[in-house]
Design a protein around this ligand. Structure first.
Ligand SMILES: Cc1cc2nc3c(=O)[nH]c(=O)nc-3n(C[C@H](O)[C@H](O)[C@H](O)COP(=O)(O)OP(=O)(O)OC[C@H]3O[C@@H](n4cnc5c(N)ncnc54)[C@H](O)[C@@H]3O)c2cc1C
Length: 143
């Protein structure tokens, strides 16, 4: 069903902590959906340029809530799901897939986008954007 009482648009740090807080405030199963362009559950980003980059933290260790948390509390996770428009009057999100997603209350937690390098060499192997786990995974500087 493309509808939820509460929807968090974005699946980053704010989304992870908002979901945790809503659960603590008595959220009922089926009341919350997280719609995120990310391909993984919300995680802490600061370790990406610290322990995670150095290989000390695992992906599991930097998650805000465990993967099981969302299923346990009946929170729907719509990952790799990009929102192209928000219609606050009709309480609808338009998804890139062409579908709509209806909500009663919406938290917008889309963060900010890093400025990327626009210089020669920016696309070389091992030159990556530090803002996502995918970009920082497995780069040990050895190549
Ligand atoms: C490498 C790194 C190191 C950092 N270190 C520190 C630090 O030491 N101390 C500190 O205070 N802060 C640090 N920060 C900043 C901190 O991580 C951010 O302030 C924080 O992540 C912001 O949280 P957020 O939920 O607002 O946004 P984000 O965590 O960026 O999450 C945004 C979410 O919105 C989703 N989204 C965006 N647009 C759409 C769309 N159209 N449709 C669907 N989903 C969408 C994204 O996929 C993502 O899931 C660091 C950030 C980075 C990247």
């Amino acid at each position: 069903m493309n509808e939820s009482k509460f929807v968090i648009l974005g699946g980053g740090m704010v989304a992870g902590y908002a979901a945790k807080q809503l659960v603590e405030l008595g959220l009922q199963p089926g009341e919350l959906a997280i719609v995120s362009a990310d391909n993984s559950v919300p995680y802490e980003r600061p370790p990406l340029s610290k322990g995670f980059l150095a290989g000390k933290d695992t992906e599991e260790a930097i998650r805000i809530n465990s993967e099981g948390f969302y299923a346990k509390h009946g929170i729907e996770l719509k990952l790799e799901c990009e929102v192209t428009a928000v219609d606050p009057k009709r309480r609808r999100l338009s998804l890139k897939s062409g579908d709509d997603f209806r909500f009663n209350k919406l938290i917008i937690a889309t963060g900010a986008r890093p400025r990327t390098l626009n210089i020669s060499g920016a696309k070389l192997r091992n030159v990556c954007c530090g803002a996502c786990a995918e970009g920082n995974r497995g780069h040990d500087g050895s190549e």
